[in-house]
Write a protein that binds this ligand. Sequence first.
Ligand code: F6P
Length: 226
Amino acid sequence: PRTFYLTRHGQSEYNLLGKIGGDSGLTPAGTEYARRLALFAKEYIANDAEEDPSTGEEVKTARPARLWTSTLRRTKETAQFIEHNTIHHTYDNGDTIAWMQFRPMARRNLDELYAGTCDGMTYKEIEKVYPDEFERRQRDKLAYRYPRGESYMDVTLRLEPLAQEMERTREPVLIVAHQGILRILYAYFMGLDRKEAPYVSIPLNNVIELTPHAYGCNEKRFCLMA
Ligand code: F6P
């Protein structure tokens, strides 16, 4: 079955400083995560493993797979070690096509929730400089819109076309994005209530595997940095 793999970027300079938003690069730990993600993609997503009935041995065949990042540095850097190779894929009807496995596609819809005038600040700084804003966000995180920025509702709307595209996609998709974005995609595919979405736990250093079935998704989480 088709499967989605969701992951945040590796630890960024801003994550380390507790700042939100921005366009910082990865820390050394973040780069290590990028290497481990590349290995995970190669060993776990890139191939179909089937048993050869005559020998009982496991045979691996390369399969088409997609790779989407946001347009921000930290997700592109997280995807940088994932190998993209041309593979040949044969459909059940015998047609064979050439396919660039994991060809990286940067998608603006996947950029993190934009915090407007608060972009680049820590939560502590926001609380100090804009105490009313901070309070309003605590009260209604879903509807709260940062000054000159976005709300989770705004993000939900801009992700809708992408979620629909995911539903139509037949190949596994590895998505390297951001906490706020992945909360919304996760809630959409798991059928969670909108109100819950802004609080879903999407930790760094983990890949979430979602396999859609009739009424929701099977979920598996892989922690790549113990
Ligand atoms: O701190 C990382 C981050 O991705 C920020 O860039 C973003 O504003 C935040 O998480 C979203 O989380 P929350 O909505 O809980 O503040």
